[in-house]
Each structure stands twice: as C-alpha cells, then as structure tokens.
Design a binder for this molecule. Structure first.
Ligand SMILES: Nc1nc2c(c(=O)[nH]1)N[C@H]1C(S)=C(S)[C@@H](COP(=O)(O)O)O[C@H]1N2
Ligand SMILES: [Mo]
Length: 334
C-alpha cells in the first residue's frame, strides 16, 4: 500500500520475488555469473535491493497450550505456515513482503510491557509472561483480507480483547480504543529511515470504536499455527479484527488506551481519501486506485495458481458484525 504505486502490480512482483531464491533472482536480473564482474559494492546494492531471502528466518515460536473451540474452527483451506510467516506487511521492517521475515529477527519481544490506560477504573501493565499465561488461549481460524486485495486463512491463537478490557474496567466515557505499536528505531529500521519505512508516521497507531473492540470476534493474538507469534507477525501480541482490512490489525502492541474521542490511525493519516477509520471489508466500495470486488487467495499453490475469489461483505463475518453498523452509510464511512 505504498502511496504512489498501483498496488496490485507491485504486489504480484513482490510475491514472485518472494517465491524465488537468491540465485534465481540474480538470474532474473540478468546478472547470474556476470555478477562476478560487478564490484562488491554494486553487488551489495543489488542484494540490498533484493533484501535477503537467503537470510535465516527468525526461529519458529514456542509451542502454546490452547483449546480449539468448535465455534472458531473452519473447513476453509488454510494458508500454509511458511506463507503466513514469510509474506508480511510490517513496514517497520521494510516494504517488501519478504522484508519482515528477513529483518524482524533482531526485535526483542521478551521482556515486553503492554499498558492499558486512559478511561479505565483499573489501569494495568501486562508482561510477556502475563500475555501468554493470564488468559485462556484458544485457536481461531479467521480470514485475513489485506486492503491490497490479497487474502489468507490463518489459524491464530489468542484471547478476545474484551477479556483484557474487562480487567481494566472501562468507564462510561470510554468511547474508543487507541492502540500503539512499539517505537524502537534501533531495532526497527523503517522507523529510522523514511525510504525503508514507506514514509508513514511512527509509532504505528490504530483504533476501534468501543463496541468493535468489545465484539467477541476481536482477538488479541499471541500465536499462529499453535506456536508463539514470530516477530514478523507482530510478536508478542497483535490485534486481529477479521472483518476489517488487515491494516487495522496492528502488531507488536505496547499501549492500549481507552479514550473519549476517535483516535488518529496511521493509514488514515497518511492518505485519508484512500484509507478510512472503519476500513470494513466491502466488495462494493473500491479503493480509489483499484477494485475491491475480488481478491487473490494465497493458498498452497505457487503464484501461477493463486485463486481469484469474490470479496465478501465484512470479509464473510456479516452475520456477526453487520448490526454494529446499522444506520451507518458504509460508502461515506469507509
Ligand atoms: N505495526 C504495524 N502493524 C501492522 C502493519 C504494519 O506495517 N505495522 N501492517 C498491517 C497490514 S497492512 C496487514 S495486511 C497486516 C499483515 O499481517 P501479517 O503480516 O501477520 O499477515 O498487519 C497489519 N499490522
Ligand atoms: Mo494490509
């Protein structure tokens, strides 16, 4: 979702590159054996540009204990684990889909501190251990729909946000919830360099209305595929709001603040005519630069057999969430 590019095309290119190894990329660039004649500096630049599919991925997470409530299981085909953990948007680590997996290994996620503050009777701070042990964890298989028109089906592990909010006891003045990602430029290169970080403002911030935040579907995810989240997916804890475009699902959260007024949100600040506060998935409301009527489902196939499928209103969760928006014009409130 770079501001100035047609995303669909940029995206397909990124995914083709993601599926190649380094040798194939050099060949594709026409510099296989010839790269020996490039100065090492030029070579380094090329490899920089291609940002390291050969770099080791961060270690997989630790196994978690969780239940699998029937209600949240699904017969949809799952996106394979290596794509969920290798094809990411986490601009703090770079813009290409392979960048977060290549670069997020340096992020220290333990110790961690998440504070819940603002319009609450009992402000609290949760440690890394609290996040993994204080709540009963359950597996929930959700669709994820990125605003860039690709989608996945992901087996998250986590707990509903309303359980965490209940501990803090929101006051009657709590009308919205404001979330903030870690700000740590020494470990997040995109926060230091506008070129790497895509020119958005950091820390990344997001927000929900209080009723959206309290909805039983709204999840705090601490794991995926049965293990703790890898850093590229937002360790140690990230939000998952499955009926909204993926950019609402903010990663690596350090602050949750209950507030009276609608909080600013990163992509809306960056391009208010393209990314709204609500960001509900809606096949009938196009992005100004591309259609949202269909999506590319990232499944087990290679890039040549990625399935195009219709986009579903509220990403398929209309039965659960449509009532939240009764009387709201979804075209104006995109
Ligand atoms: N802090 C932060 N959170 C973020 C993003 C980001 O760049 N920074 N990208 C968002 C976008 S656009 C999407 S689609 C999802 C992707 O989550 P995934 O990489 O785990 O699939 O994370 C969202 N959360
Ligand atoms: Mo996204």
């Amino acid at each position: 979702m770079r501001s100035k590019k047609i995303l669909k095309d940029a995206d397909v290119t990124a995914e083709s590159v993601f599926n190649m190894d380094r040798r194939q990329v050099l060949k594709y660039l026409g510099i296989g054996a010839a790269s020996l004649t490039l100065s090492s500096r030029a070579q380094a630049n090329v490899l920089d540009w291609f940002k390291g599919n050969d770099r080791p991925r961060p270690a997989p997470g630790k196994p978690l204990e969780f239940s699998k409530p029937e209600q949240w299981q699904s017969t949809l085909p799952l996106t394979p684990e290596d794509k969920i953990t290798g094809y990411n948007n986490f601009y703090e680590f770079g813009l290409d889909k392979a960048d977060p997996a290549a670069n997020a290994g340096i992020l220290v996620t333990d110790p961690w501190s998440l504070t819940i503050s603002g319009e609450v009777a009992k402000p609290l701070t949760l440690s890394h251990e609290d996040l993994l042990r204080k709540f009963t964890l359950e597996e929930r298989i959700y669709r994820l729909r990125c605003v860039e028109a690709w989608s996945m089906v992901i087996p998250w592990v986590g707990f509903p946000l309303h359980k965490l909010l209940a501990l803090a006891e929101p006051t009657s003045d709590a009308k919205y919830v404001a979330f903030e990602t870690l700000y740590r430029p020494e470990q997040m290169p995109g926060q230091k360099d506008r070129f790497i970080g895509g020119g958005i403002q950091y820390p990344y911030v997001e927000g929900l209305r209080i009723d959206e935040a309290m909805h039983p579907l709204t999840l705090m995810a601490t794991g995926v595929y049965g293990k703790t989240l890898p850093p590229q997916n937002g360790a140690p804890v990230r939000l998952v709001v499955p009926w909204k475009y993926g950019f609402k699902s903010i990663k690596s959260i350090v602050s949750i603040k209950l507030v009276r007024e609608r909080p600013p949100t990163t992509w809306n600040l960056s391009a208010p005519n393209e990314y709204g506060f609500y960001a509900n998935v809606n096949p009938q409301v196009n992005h100004p630069r591309w259609s949202q009527a269909t999506e590319r489902f990232i499944g087990s196939g290679g890039i040549l057999d990625v399935k195009r499928q219709p986009t579903l209103l509220f990403n398929g969760y209309a039965d659960e969430v449509a009532a939240l928006y009764r009387g709201l014009n979804l075209r104006d409130n995109f």
